[in-house]
Ligand binder design. Structure first.
Ligand SMILES: [Zn+2]
Length: 296
């Protein structure tokens, strides 16, 4: 790939959204509805994208992001409702804010149990500060030399099919392993949004990291395609919100074609994760790529 990762910024979708100024400039904040905000880390390579979903009684913060900024302080600026952190899974770019939240919900799985009891060390969190990865000034209170994710307390272990009721706003837990074994999507049937976590985003989607399972990934995509009558837009955990739902079908058909061997056009590269140097195959589709283990 040529050029810099930030050359495509700002992504077009954001020009149609209402930007909100806050006291936490690490995050770019967009109001999608009076009850829904996109909290976007556009200054860092992963372009982590979190959502604040505000019900009548409480608010859910979907994902914690990198932890470089103070997500809890940002949330308190945007709502006076009690809030909790709702993780789609526990990779490093999703659990960064955990230490600052008193209430955390995540699906009950061996990976999320491991993540919450041990946190993640400087090597794994430091991946996100590699040279060229950050283009915005780091927040004053952030110490890059002491960046790690401490263990965190999960106050609610989620189950597949569970309904999270925020008061006049419901999120349905859809267990979708594959990218990681502890991955969920969240379906808002009333607003017709699917919060996809890392199962879908416009960018390089992976299914080869430790805890990934490509067969599970294909099956999770199939399940999400079956649910397409109930949502119109994909609200991804990276890069951009409000992606047309037809992309979910392309992801499923792409993943299935890779599994069946009918899609054969790929490039080979090494894994991007530290201490995990394996060969992976990268398949390019219209708005995303999907990378799988070469020895699948
Ligand atoms: Zn992610």
């Amino acid at each position: 790939m040529s050029g810099n990762w930030w050359d495509i910024l700002p992504r077009e979708v954001y020009s149609g959204l209402e930007a909100v100024e806050t006291g936490q400039p690490w995050y770019s904040v967009y109001r999608i509805h009076d009850w829904l905000y996109a909290l976007y880390e556009d200054g860092q390579y992963d372009e982590a994208l979190m959502y604040l979903v505000i019900g009548d009684e409480k608010a859910a913060v979907i994902d914690g992001g990198t932890g470089i900024g103070r997500l809890d302080k940002l949330v308190m600026e945007l709502t006076d409702k009690p809030y909790f952190l709702l993780l789609t899974h526990t990779h490093n770019d999703h659990i960064g804010g955990c230490e600052d939240f008193e209430e955390i919900a995540v699906v009950d799985d061996v990976m999320s149990r491991e993540s919450s009891s041990h946190g993640l060390g400087k090597d794994k969190m430091g991946e996100m500060l590699e040279p060229g990865a950050v283009i915005k000034p780091l927040p004053d209170e952030f110490d890059p030399d002491n960046f790690y994710a401490p263990p965190y307390k999960v106050t609610h272990w989620l189950r597949d099919g569970e309904i999270i009721d925020l008061g006049g706003r419901k999120l349905e837990v859809i267990y979708t392993p594959g990218h990681s074994s502890d991955h969920i999507c969240l379906l808002d049937r009333d607003a017709r949004y699917l919060f996809t976590g890392d199962i879908y985003y416009t960018g390089g989607v992976t299914s080869y990291l430790p805890g990934s399972n490509f067969d599970d990934f294909v099956e999770s995509c199939r399940r999400l395609v079956d649910l397409m009558p109930y949502y119109d837009y994909l609200m991804s955990a990276h890069n951009e919100p409000l992606v047309d739902k037809d992309q979910m079908r392309e992801m499923y058909e792409g993943a299935k074609g890779i599994k069946d061997g009918t899609i054969t056009d790929y490039t080979t590269r090494r894994s991007v994760a530290v201490n995990y140097d394996i060969e992976v195959r990268r398949y390019q589709f219209s708005r995303f790529s999907l990378s799988v283990r070469a020895d699948l």
